[in-house]
Write a protein that binds this ligand. Structure first.
Ligand code: NAD
Length: 549
């Protein structure tokens, strides 16, 4: 519920528009608000300094300030106050850019109705409140901004836009587990977020990391929705996570934590409800414990409740290496499109876990020279090439890359800026930013990780002509083979590795060519094109299903 009345500041220089908006605001009895109107930005900023405004309705073109600068000055003066942009028809592009820069919504003045205006205000205020808490994460903001950018390009129905901005179902749990020293009980936070329930069961990995929060999990769930839709898989997006440093846990602690987390979310998962899989900090063994805990609770074995489990428990051949394998299929297709000969080309891979190590291995098999690699412990550089087998052997013995003898140690930041043909990101979010996007020297940026590139950096990469394989396309090999695992599980049959890899390649290349075609036809970047492909499919399904009741 909103605290009433809502205190609105209207910054608008056109007297006709000012009167119209004030009339619309008073026409909705459900929206009790006090409106103060000013004509100039300077007056608006002075008003904001009193610190008692709940929301700003802002015209961007004012006598004393123009375009995005108007928004930036308001945000600087009152970063906590949400802003809704008022725009005229010929300024919609500018308004969309304003949303990318932090405005909550935009409204076109010429055909504005009272219901649309008050809904936008109510929704903005509740989003602003939600952001203040657990949802407030740079990753969730990034996912929402990317979605809004695609929505603007595709002229997405306003009702759908608002419905897709937040996940449909969210479970937050706090639960205990015993440390090996039985006197110590640790309490941690866990999450499971289901973004869209309209497409079939939901699907998405489980992440164990010390920085996990609701916003991060929600962002990952949203990306899963677009990814599954882009691949034409019958799933909505989900994601789970536990805020814990998995490297600080013994194997027994990891097992107890996993079993208790599974018990906490058991009501909302299941082979026809929501199917988890591995993500950062979790692996086949964690999926085996999850499947066992679920099966114990329901009284019989249910392998199809998770994917990415060991083959002997009903896992699929090829799942473990699927994300890296898929990324390399797409790198090959991109290289062909760019006229880049991969044999003898150079690559740098950030991250050397599941995705990074298999990406490095398949790149090496394609004749690519690996000149840089990194993990949480260090970056490594060797212009003459690094041996993937030697790196794997070192990690098997020492757990991390640090101390690898046959290379120069560099920082992760230096690694990103190495001269190379292919830069594959397979670690964390938020790696390519407005600060370093200008200094990247690769021709092809391949995103195995989720959310590694910030929105503003995307624009810079596009202008510089760096070809980007965006995450929802680049790392979709994982969920695609997870889908194969689920299909095999519910039908009790198995496919050969050759069948799996062939089907994987067909699905990925189909999505790649659809995305490339859309990007070319609409003169947009690959990420926005991939998002539009995914969002269009979800929109079609949502419109066909309608609103209950
Ligand atoms: P993982 O836990 O197996 O490996 C993560 C790697 O990143 C490790 O080598 C770790 O040392 C490194 N790392 C962590 N912090 C780092 C830092 N600050 N700087 C540099 N390296 C750092 O995880 P994963 O499953 O390989 O996932 C990696 C990324 O790929 C994540 O963004 C994940 O969401 C995404 N992804 C994974 C899958 C999958 O099937 N596993 C599928 C799709 C997307």
């Amino acid at each position: 519920m909103l605290d009433l009345p809502v205190r609105l500041l209207l910054i608008e220089d056109n007297p006709l528009h000012r009167r119209l908006i004030q009339q619309l605001l008073t026409a909705d009895p459900q929206l009790q608000c006090e409106v103060e109107a000013v004509e100039r930005l300077a007056d608006g900023l002075a008003r904001l300094a009193r610190n008692d405004v709940d929301l700003v309705l802002l015209d961007l073109v004012l006598p004393d300030s123009q375009e995005l600068e108007t928004l930036l000055r308001v945000r600087l003066a009152a970063p906590q106050v949400p802003v809704v942009i008022l725009t005229s028809l010929d300024d919609v592009k500018l308004a969309a850019r304003a949303v990318e820069s932090g405005a909550y919504d935009y409204l076109v003045k010429s055909n504005l109705k009272s219901t649309a205006l008050s809904r936008s205000i109510r929704y903005t205020l509740s989003r602003a409140r939600a952001r203040g808490g657990e949802w407030d994460s740079p990753m969730f903001r990034l996912a929402q901004q990317q979605f809004l950018k695609a929505a603007q390009y595709m002229d997405l129905d306003d009702n759908i836009r608002q419905r897709l901005l937040f996940p449909q179902r969210t479970q937050v749990v706090s639960f205990p587990f015993f440390r090996d020293d039985r006197s110590q009980v640790e309490t941690v936070f866990g999450y499971r977020v289901q973004h869209v329930l309209s497409m079939g069961p939901t699907k998405g990995g489980i992440r164990y990391h010390q920085d996990v929060d609701l916003g991060e999990v929600a962002a990952l769930a949203m990306w899963m929705t677009w990814k599954c839709a882009l691949m034409k898989l019958p799933f909505g997006g989900a994601k789970g996570g536990v805020r814990v440093d998995p490297t600080s846990l013994s194997k027994r602690e990891l097992q107890r934590l996993t079993r208790r987390y599974t018990a906490e979310i058991i009501d909302i998962i299941g082979p026809d409800r929501d199917i988890p899989a591995p993500d950062m900090g979790t692996d086949e063994q964690v999926m085996a414990w999850l499947m066992d805990t679920y099966s114990q609770q329901v009284g019989h074995a249910v392998p199809a409740v998770v994917t990415g489990k060991p083959v002997v428990l009903g896992g699929s051949l090829g799942r473990k290496e699927a994300t890296g394998r898929g990324l390399v299929y797409l790198i090959k297709a991109s290289a062909e499109h760019l006229g880049l000969d991969l044999s003898g080309a150079s690559a740098v891979v950030q991250g050397f876990g599941n995705v990074g190590s298999y990406t490095a291995r398949f790149l090496a098999e394609a004749g690519v020279k690996l000149v840089g690699v990194s993990d949480v412990s260090t970056g490594l550089f060797n212009p003459n090439g690094l041996s993937v087998d030697a790196l794997l052997a070192h990690v098997a013995e020492h757990r991390v890359l640090a101390g690898f003898p046959d290379a120069e140690a560099i920082s992760n930041q230096e690694l990103l800026e190495l001269d190379c043909d292919v830069l594959a990101l397979a670690a964390l979010q938020n790696q390519v930013t407005v600060e370093n996007a200008d200094r990247l020297k690769c021709r092809l940026l391949a995103e195995g990780a989720n959310g590694p590139t910030m929105l503003e950096a995307d624009d810079i990469l596009f202008e510089r002509g760096i070809f980007v394989l965006p995450d929802i396309l680049g790392n979709a090999g994982g969920v695609t083979v997870s889908y194969f695992e689920w299909v095999q599980g519910i039908q009790n049959l198995t496919w050969t590795l050759e069948e799996i890899n062939a089907r994987l390649q067909t699905i990925l290349l189909d999505a790649f060519h659809r995305t490339l075609k859309r990007a070319g036809e609409n003169h947009i970047d690959m990420r926005t094109a991939a998002l539009i492909e995914g969002v269009s499919r979800v929109t079609e399904a949502k419109l066909l299903r309608g609103v209950f009741p």
